[in-house]
Design a protein around this ligand. Structure first.
Ligand code: BGC
Length: 448
């Protein structure tokens, strides 16, 4: 047995997102979002599930905060539902929506948990989608106005802001692969969306600086994977470079270097005739300095060249363990991607804004023995510490997720929580992983 210790001051937390946990989708003036529409479209979500009730956290937030208190976390990452604040996306403000988040944030602060707020975790107001959504540049200014309202409202209360969660998912997964709302399959549209999200991010950061929020910090949270070349053949190395580049460089080069990765944009142009709709001034806006980088990491793979598909890349089965959603358990990818990001972009402070696993264990006599999740967490925290020893500037770690919740296109069929939610009774049961993580938070070390 060995002990892996984390530095003093390491922040430990858990994460969730509004549409995945809140429910109450038509209460207190909330407008519809693209996820309400998408989940109610036949065939889009497993079992026809939707977020109408979810974990009912809109009503049960005090119980959830009690759970966090017991867990001992110092930080809680949550997202705000834009259509609760502005039911039409712009224009009239819904006071009841603001009041809900004030009650919630006040309670967190009262018990000493730092709120980390994501402004956009995918629930775009449907009214804006009706005008073209993120494919329409006007959505950028609508977002900046919403963000400004939130900054002003929560000044002094919320000190950590994240503009966008996983812009790759909100663009390519949602508008090219069609798996998430709004569900289009159009690569040019998805590329436009990705660009508009990045411009909206930069404009929002600029606005935040103008407001001079003392002591506050702002960043964003891209999702990354790691593709390790199957062989040292150049074609396998190139295929992995593209697969990684789609997640990493596409969404980080513009922010950190003020330019898109040409090896990716040229590939898109030559292969699919797709270009990025850059207007004068866009790249300067996107490249506003940020205070921290959020990283969401779940999986990776060994991959090689194929003549097919958008990126001419495919995974190779190397016998890795898989979680219940079918993703490889690939902790070495966590280490590698973090070191890669440091080498590429320097020593920016990093928060792991999501890391966790899907295991669908259920309670037996009141106990959920989710051994797989504990192993996953232990392995990933070991890899994280290794990255820290290699100089990656990690400030904190937030596990996904506090609660089992609405897992997007998988509905309620896939569970990522360290707390089990019975979707019939809405009762919460702390899993074995909850108690393991609680011990980790308290000790600031893990045993391996
Ligand atoms: C998202 C979460 C999601 C999780 C597991 C991330 O892509 O930010 O909302 O539940 O991964 O799929």
């Amino acid at each position: 047995m060995a002990i892996i210790k984390f530095p003093d001051g390491m922040k430990w937390g858990a994460a969730t997102a509004s549409y995945q946990i809140e429910g109450a989708t038509s209460e207190d003036g909330r407008g519809p979002s693209i996820w309400d529409t998408f989940s109610k479209t036949a065939g889009k979500v497993v079992n026809g599930d939707n977020g109408d009730v979810a974990c009912d956290s809109y009503h049960r937030y005090e119980e959830d905060i009690e759970i966090m208190k017991d867990l001992g976390i110092t930080t809680y990452r949550f997202s705000v539902a834009w259509p609760r604040i502005l039911p039409e996306g712009t224009g009239e403000v819904n006071q009841a929506g603001l009041d809900f988040y004030h009650r919630f944030v006040d309670k967190l602060i009262e018990i000493g948990i730092e709120p980390m707020c994501t402004l956009y975790h995918w629930d775009l107001p449907q009214a804006l989608q009706n005008k073209g959504g993120w494919g329409n540049r006007e959505t950028i200014d609508a977002f900046v106005s919403y963000a400004e309202l939130m900054f002003k409202q929560f000044e002094g209360k919320i000190k950590y802001w994240i503009t966008f969660n996983e812009p790759w998912c909100a663009s390519f997964l949602s508008n090219y692969l069609g798996a998430h709302a709004p569900g289009f399959k159009d690569l040019q549209l998805a590329t436009n969306v990705a660009h508009h999200l990045l411009v909206a991010h930069g404009k929002t950061v600029k606005k935040y600086r103008e407001l001079n929020n003392e002591g506050g910090q702002i960043g964003y949270a891209p999702n990354v994977e790691w593709n390790e070349p199957f062989s040292n053949k150049q074609e396998d190395i190139d295929a992995c470079r593209r697969a990684n580049g789609w997640f990493i460089e596409w969404f980080m080069d513009p922010v950190f270097k003020g330019e898109y990765p040409s090896f990716m944009t040229e590939w898109f142009k030559e292969k699919e005739g797709v270009t990025v709709p850059i207007l004068a001034g866009d790249m300067e806006l996107i490249a506003q300095p940020i205070d921290f980088l959020g990283i969401n990491y779940y999986t990776g793979s060994v991959s090689k060249h194929t003549d097919e598909g958008l990126l001419h890349h495919e995974q190779v089965n190397q016998g890795y363990q898989k979680t219940d959603i079918g993703w490889n358990v690939f902790p070495e990818g966590f280490y590698k991607v973090l070191v890669y990001i440091k080498d590429m972009y320097g020593n920016i402070p990093i928060y792991i804004t999501e890391n966790g696993s899907c295991y669908n264990d259920e309670p037996v006599n009141g106990q959920v023995k989710d051994k797989g999740r504990i192993t996953y967490l232990r392995q990933h925290l070991t890899a994280l510490r290794r990255a820290m020893d290699s100089g990656v500037n990690i400030k904190g770690y937030m596990t996904w997720s506090l609660l089992d919740n609405f897992e997007w296109a998988e509905g309620y069929s896939m569970r990522f929580g360290i707390v089990f939610v019975n979707y019939r009774t809405l009762e919460r049961t702390k899993k074995d992983s909850f108690y393991w993580y609680k011990q980790t938070v308290k000790n600031n070390f893990i045993e391996i």
